[in-house]
Design a protein around this ligand. Structure first.
Ligand SMILES: CCCCC/C=C\C/C=C\CCCCCCCC(=O)SCCNC(=O)CCNC(=O)[C@H](O)C(C)(C)COP(=O)(O)OP(=O)(O)OC[C@H]1O[C@@H](n2cnc3c(N)ncnc32)[C@H](O)[C@@H]1OP(=O)(O)O
Ligand SMILES: CCCCCCCCCCCCCCCCCC(=O)OC[C@@H](O)COP(=O)(O)O
Length: 366
């Protein structure tokens, strides 16, 4: 193990990183709160300010991935679609099997200049996670309770609010609705069988209602669906704790741009279209398992310095008053921040996931 790698695995380094993340995050949350009155005067200006404030938080995690752990990300995509990425609104459909898949998504957002503004259809519980969840409230992230009867109205309303958003964004949808586990896979394949759908090997059966409502409400606003399939080299299952320890991974992302006009408007046809998409995604994963790469050319966008510059800025600002780092108060503060971050990391861990998708369902439900 090299000296740098040894340093990255040191608890004191983790304490400092967590301290900077928590204190800067809380400062950003406070600044976001201060923008509330501005929403009444100029909604678009308030939105633009919040995009930049959010960037200060999420880009710290991107910096940890790109600069601290040195994780590399390769993009497989059609070179003709490449110039459009970041220059249009898009709905991103991504597989949900890894604890850090959202972070890899953020990395690509940063490389295409849409990190601050990007959105997701997220479970309601995440809205209460300090810093990130609170920040999302000001970013107009769309939350769902995963109870369609309640979600159909609230999700559609939140999506409608995004129609006049002032900057380009990617809207992330994990159609599988929860992270892949063998048990959830088994249950969802029983549902597939009852619906006469082909079985999937690498994905859960997609939930189609959220996709349909998103496409319908963002029609005319989003230009395309980016069908994205993520995998890691050497069969690795990366974690946030691994990133914090400076472990380097290599992510491969396969993206296909599908113009929104190609997606049927009718709900049943749209659901059938999504099922077919997931069958194709499954075949791409099979290709990856067999060959270690996705089909097609690679066009990797380089990492940008902004996430690192932002991180260094907060480190300088917040560590300056801690010149005597052994000061009891600062150590206590860092320790508390570290415990808080450990709890937040728990939110990303598959073992601590909810039981959503685990329960057998009455198979004739409509
Ligand atoms: C590469 C670039 C990346 C760019 C990244 C861009 C932006 C990044 C921004 C932020 C990153 C932050 C990341 C945060 C992560 C947050 C992740 C989450 O929170 S995922 C969970 C929340 N999201 C979803 O659930 C979305 C998918 N779900 C849906 O769409 C659902 O339909 C729903 C709208 C939530 C409603 O759910 P509900 O359970 O109430 O209804 P369903 O329609 O799903 O269920 C009834 C329906 O499903 C059938 N069924 C039953 N059991 C299963 C099963 N196990 N599997 C599949 N299907 C099942 C059932 O038979 C019914 O069928 P039918 O529809 O025919 O009636
Ligand atoms: C600068 C470095 C900072 C160090 C680390 C900081 C850690 C902060 C961690 C905050 C993480 C908050 C974002 C959570 C995103 C979680 C994504 C996720 O994967 O959610 C789960 C749902 O999809 C499904 O839930 P389940 O059905 O499994 O229940």
């Amino acid at each position: 193990m090299g000296v740098l790698q040894l340093l990255k695995s040191q608890f004191l380094c983790h304490l400092i990183i967590c301290y900077v993340f928590v204190v800067s995050g809380l400062i950003i949350n406070l600044l976001q709160l201060c923008t509330l009155p501005l929403w009444l005067v100029s909604k678009q200006l308030a939105r633009r300010i919040n995009i930049r404030l959010a960037y200060c938080v999420s880009s710290q995690m991107v910096a940890a991935l790109e600069w601290w752990s040195g994780t590399e990300c390769t993009l497989y995509t059609d070179p003709k679609s490449y110039p459009l990425y970041g220059n249009e609104n898009a709905i991103v459909v991504l597989n949900h099997s890894f604890e850090i898949d959202f972070l890899c998504g953020w990395t690509f957002c940063d490389r295409f200049g849409v990190l601050g503004s990007s959105k997701v259809l997220a479970k309601k519980e995440l809205a209460y996670v300090p810093i990130i969840g609170w920040m999302w409230y000001f970013l107009e992230i769309v939350f769902c309770k995963r109870k369609w009867e309640e979600d159909r109205r609230t999700v559609a309303q939140s999506l409608q609010n995004l129609r006049d958003y002032p900057e380009n964004y990617w809207f992330l949808l994990y159609c599988e609705g929860t992270r892949f586990t063998p048990k959830k896979h088994q249950v969802s394949m029983q549902v597939a069988e009852s619906k006469g759908l082909p079985k999937l090997k690498y994905h859960l059966l997609p939930r189609t209602k959220g996709f349909w409502v998103t496409v319908q409400n963002l029609r005319g606003t989003a230009a395309a669906v980016y069908d994205s399939t993520l995998n890691f080299r050497n069969n690795e299952s990366p974690t946030l704790l691994g990133i914090l320890n400076g472990k380097k991974y290599h992510a491969d992302l396969y993206v296909r741009r599908i113009p929104l006009e190609m997606i049927p408007e009718d709900e049943a046809e749209c659901a059938a279209w999504l099922h077919k998409l997931y069958q194709e995604k499954d075949s791409f994963q099979e290709h990856y398992t067999q060959t270690g790469c996705f089909p097609g050319p690679t066009v990797s966008p380089p990492r940008r310095p902004w996430s690192l510059i932002n991180w260094l800025f907060w480190c300088c600002l917040l560590l300056y008053p801690l010149d005597n780092i052994l000061n009891v108060l600062s150590l206590t503060l860092s320790f508390t921040a570290s415990l808080g971050v450990r709890w937040m990391i728990g939110q990303t861990e598959i073992d601590k996931g909810s039981s959503y998708g685990n329960k057998e369902v009455p198979l004739n439900r409509n």
